[in-house]
Design a protein around this ligand. Structure first.
Ligand code: PEP
Ligand code: MN
Length: 367
C-alpha cells in the first residue's frame, strides 16, 4: 500500500506537550445533566485524563434503543468544560450535527466507525468543516479496510483540517470472540507504518465490549506505542442506557490507568541506545539471510516446476506437503517456536511455491 502524505500541524490538541498518552474518558452516551456532570466531576480527579467524551447522537445497531439525547446534551458538555476545565469531545455523523457541535464550542470531534465506512458522508462532514480549525479523530471503519480509514483522514485533511488523529476501536469479523470487535493488532501496526505522523489512540472499550477485558487491551496499545486511550466511563455503568457492560466507574478507570505500564518509544541513555542498535543490526542481518534463503527456495521451486511440466506431474503433491508440514512442526516444537506462527509462515511459503510452479506449467497463476 502506498504511503499517503497527510499535512498535520506540528503541535495539536491531540498530542500532549510532554508526549504522555492522551487520555479521553466519559460515558458512551450523555443521558441526563446529572449523569454527565457527576461523571465529569469524578473523572476530573483521575490523573492523566484531559478530554471528556460523551455521545450526543448515538448510532445504534437496532432501532428503538436509546438514540442519544441530541442537541440539549451539548449544553451539558459546555458546562463540563466550564466547570472542570476538561476539553470536551463528541461524535458527529452528518453536517447538521457538525454545525450544532461547532455552535456549542465542542473542542474535539470524532467520526464513528459506522460513518468512516461511507465516503459520501465523510466528504459531507469534511466540507462542513472546511476552514474550521478543530481537532478531529477518525475511528477505523467497522470492517478491516485500512484504505477506507486512510481515505476518511485524507478527505478531512484535504478540507484543511490539520489536527487529525485515528482511533483504533477494533473490527467486525466473522467470529469476534472473546471481543466485541477484533483488535487485529497487525492492521493497527500497518496503519501506524503508513501514517506514522498521525497520532493513534486506542479505544479498548469498543474492542472489548466487556470491562473485564479492558486492561490487557489498553496495556497492549501502550506497548505498541499508541498515542492515547479512549475509555468509556460512567458514574453508574449498571444503569447506562448504552454499552452498559463495557463502561467502568471513574474509580475503576483510575485503577486501570494506574495499572498500566507506559513505555517510552526511544531508549533513555547512550548505552541503552548502543545495546539496542547492536541487537537491531543482528536482526537486520537475520532478515537478510531469511531473504536469501527464500530466494534460493524460489529458484528451486522453479526447477521443480520445470521437472513436473516435463514429466506431466500434478503441481500439488498433497502427501509431500503433509510430510513437509509435519517435519517442520516437529522441528518448530524442538526449537520452542509457536506452532501457529510456524504453520502460517510455511503455508505462505508453500502457497508461493505452488504459484511459482503453476506459472511455469501454465504460463500464469491466479492469486
Ligand atoms: C462510541 O464511541 O460510542 C461509538 C459509537 O463507537 P464506534 O463508532 O467505535 O462504534
Ligand atoms: Mn459506546
Amino acid at each position: 500500500m502506498s504511503k499517503p502524505t497527510i499535512d498535520l500541524l506540528p503541535t495539536s490538541a491531540l498530542i500532549n506537550e510532554d508526549r504522555s498518552p492522551l487520555i479521553i474518558a466519559g460515558p458512551c452516551s450523555a443521558e441526563s445533566e446529572e449523569q454527565v456532570m457527576e461523571t465529569a466531576r469524578l473523572i476530573k480527579e483521575v490523573p492523566g485524563v484531559t478530554v471528556y467524551r460523551a455521545g450526543i447522537w448515538k448510532p445504534r445497531t437496532r432501532p428503538n434503543s436509546f438514540e442519544g439525547i441530541g442537541v440539549p446534551g451539548l449544553k451539558w458538555l459546555k458546562r463540563v468544560k466550564q466547570e472542570t476545565g476538561l476539553k470536551v469531545a463528541c461524535e458527529v455523523a452528518n453536517t447538521a450535527q457538525v454545525f450544532e457541535a461547532l455552535k456549542a464550542g465542542i473542542d474535539i470531534l470524532w467520526i464513528g466507525a459506522r460513518t468512516t465506512v461511507n465516503p459520501f458522508t465523510v466528504q459531507e462532514i469534511a466540507d462542513a468543516l472546511r476552514g474550521v480549525d478543530i481537532p478531529v479523530l477518525v475511528k477505523n471503519p467497522v470492517n478491516p479496510d485500512l484504505q477506507l480509514w486512510l481515505g476518511a483522514i485524507e478527505r478531512l485533511n484535504q478540507a484543511g483540517l490539520k489536527q487529525l488523529g485515528g482511533i483504533h476501536r477494533g473490527f467486525s469479523t466473522f467470529d469476534n470472540a472473546p471481543y466485541r470487535n477484533m483488535p487485529k493488532w497487525n492492521s493497527a501496526i500497518e496503519f501506524k507504518r503508513l501514517v506514522p505522523e498521525l497520532p493513534l489512540i486506542c479505544d479498548p472499550s469498543h474492542i472489548a465490549g466487556n470491562r473485564e477485558l479492558l486492561q490487557p487491551i489498553a496495556q497492549r496499545a501502550m506497548d505498541l506505542a499508541f498515542e492515547g486511550l479512549m475509555i468509556e466511563t460512567h458514574v453508574d455503568p449498571s444503569v447506562a442506557l448504552s454499552d452498559a457492560s463495557q463502561q467502568v466507574t471513574p474509580a475503576d478507570l483510575k485503577k486501570l490507568l494506574a495499572s498500566l505500564r507506559f513505555s517510552k518509544v526511544d531508549p533513555e541513555t547512550e548505552d541503552d541506545h548502543y545495546q539496542l542498535e547492536e541487537m537491531r543490526r543482528n536482526i537486520d542481518q537475520l532478515d537478510k539471510e531469511l531473504m536469501e534463503v527464500f530466494a534460493r527456495r524460489a529458484r528451486l521451486s522453479r526447477k521443480i516446476g520445470e521437472y513436473k511440466k516435463e514429466h506431466n506431474m500434478a503441481i500439488l503433491q498433497v502427501k509431500r506437503w503433509d510430510q513437509i508440514l509435519e517435519d517442520i512442526l516437529e522441528k518448530a516444537n524442538k526449537e520452542g517456536l509457536d506452532e501457529k506462527f510456524v504453520r502460517s509462515i510455511f503455508q505462505t511459503v508453500h502457497h508461493y511455491s505452488i504459484n511459482i510452479q503453476t506459472e511455469i506449467v501454465n504460463g500464469k497463476a491466479d492469486a
